[in-house]
Design a binder for this molecule. Sequence first.
Ligand code: TPP
Length: 231
Amino acid sequence: MKRNFFADLLQIEHFGSDNSYAGYVLKMAAHYRYPPLPLSTALVQSLLSVRLRGRCSLHLSILNAYRMANCFNFAPEVEVSCNTGGFGIDGAVSTLVGTALAERSNLCVGVVGDLAFFYDMNVLGLRDIPPNLRLIVINNSGGEEFRLNRGLNFYVKDKIEPTVAAAGHYRQGVKAWAQSCGFHYQQVTSSEELPQQLDALCCKDAKRPMLLEVFTQDKNEQIAFRQLFGN
Ligand SMILES: Cc1ncc(C[n+]2csc(CCOP(=O)(O)OP(=O)(O)O)c2C)c(N)n1
């Protein structure tokens, strides 16, 4: 039977002035499970949240990556940074590299969109990038943020892809650059491959920094978004 969290919550008649309300909510929330997610930013965050253990840094860039991360519980030792100083998609990869250099004994993981990666990809060419760096690039061929924005879609309609979403860039760009910079590169094109690749990515032992490129489709990003946030 399909259950509705808020309908269930309304059945509870009395809440005391103690913390019983929080207790009820937590107890009820434990019954709810997210439906199976397709290959999407949300699926990456969901699987990552149960794999990152021990002290580590997680950098998210930007809107879509941290909106989806917000739906899952990461372990308290994971220090999560949402690099929104200037609310820019530029600079997140550089910041991650800086953190990885400063915290060499911790895993430093970044989840960035393809546009955020392209804005800041030069930094991978630096000398001595340490092996504790792990970068996940979610390649959905453009700015998913704009495709998810209904108001914008209403006005821009079918021009959204070539204009604001900046779609149609060179698809092999991430792989070629990562490999030429000495990164261990892997890619994922189906949800079945993702758990195993994330296991490898979250493993501390590595001789080289790693980059995992996850190819997602707009259709699946939209499905995952509605599964988590409703219509
Ligand atoms: C320097 C800069 N340019 C443009 C923007 C506007 N902007 C906000 S989100 C976004 C798209 C991000 O796309 P991507 O990194 O691929 O992530 P996705 O939304 O696809 O998950 C852009 C261009 C910005 N925030 N900062």
